[in-house]
Ligand binder design. Structure first.
Ligand code: CDP
Ligand code: CDP
Length: 224
């Protein structure tokens, strides 16, 4: 029986990655690592210091002087930016609509990927993002690519935002998600694609419990 495997989950926004990753991590006693939060934290900093988000060098240099830490807590994963808890702030509309621009720069991504590999090196992790199976954890024992229709993903985000008190409409979210999908899938540096050895899971018609059960079944098969 293998222990402490690496589980890589990729897919577009609202597919259910982080929700299912958290449930799987908890069930297995693993650490959940939300790599999107790291790109969001860097985007928040870039907006605060007002650099040109399109400029690869400025964004990469900014990462060099930025401390981003993920910390598990009872309330879920907390995200610290230069020592400050920004777990809520990184979910704002402004960060969401700019993060894909910031995340497109190859040299900055190389540094992020190194950090993420370091965080996962002992195994026992469930990591989600866009390039986990293709660039960060290429030898992960289990790779999943989760997706759902854009309409369903926008509906889910609408419900999330309502709970967080963020005002949006479903149509606005559908446009924002479609644009982010496009930027993330068409960029040159580690675009969002399904890794060849990843298992595809369409969550459109699945409840959270059904999706989590499907993953936990795959995990036990891989660990056997
Ligand atoms: O939670 P949501 O699906 O909205 O997005 P996220 O996981 O927080 O990721 C935000 C953005 O960060 C994505 O749209 C990508 O542009 C970028 N990202 C990335 O490029 N690579 C990753 N491994 C994770 C996120
Ligand atoms: O991480 P990602 O952007 O892929 O999605 P998420 O933040 O985990 O999921 C977005 C929302 O959809 C959350 O509120 C989940 O509870 C919900 N969800 C759902 O309703 N049904 C699923 N099968 C998966 C997620």
């Amino acid at each position: 029986m293998k222990k402490n495997i690496q589980i890589a989950i990729d897919g577009p926004a609202g597919a259910g990655k982080s929700t299912i990753a958290k449930i799987a991590a908890e069930a297995l006693g693993y650490t959940y690592i939300d790599t999107g939060a790291m790109y969001r934290a860097l985007t928040l900093k870039a907006l605060k210091v007002n650099i040109n988000l399109e400029d690869a060098e400025s964004v990469t240099n900014l990462l060099g002087i930025t401390e981003i830490t993920l910390q598990p807590s009872d309330k879920g994963q907390l995200v610290f930016l230069d020592g400050q808890d920004v777990s809520q702030e990184i979910r704002s509309n402004e960060v969401t609509s700019n993060v894909s621009k910031v995340a497109s720069h190859a040299a900055m991504r190389e540094i992020m990927v190194q950090h993420q590999q370091e965080m996962a090196k002992l195994g026992g992790v469930v990591m989600d993002g866009r390039d986990i199976g293709t660039a960060v954890l290429i030898d992960a024992e289990l790779k999943l690519y989760m997706s759902a229709t854009v309409e369903e993903r926008a509906r889910r985000r609408f419900e999330d935002n309502k709970q967080r008190g963020i005002e949006t409409t479903i149509l606005q979210l559908q446009d924002e998600i479609a644009l982010r999908d496009k930027l993330d899938s068409e960029r040159e540096a580690s675009p969002l694609v399904q890794a060849e050895d990843a298992i595809f899971l369409d969550t459109t018609e699945l409840s959270i419990q059904q999706a989590a059960d499907a993953i936990l079944k795959l995990v036990s098969e891989r660990m056997a």
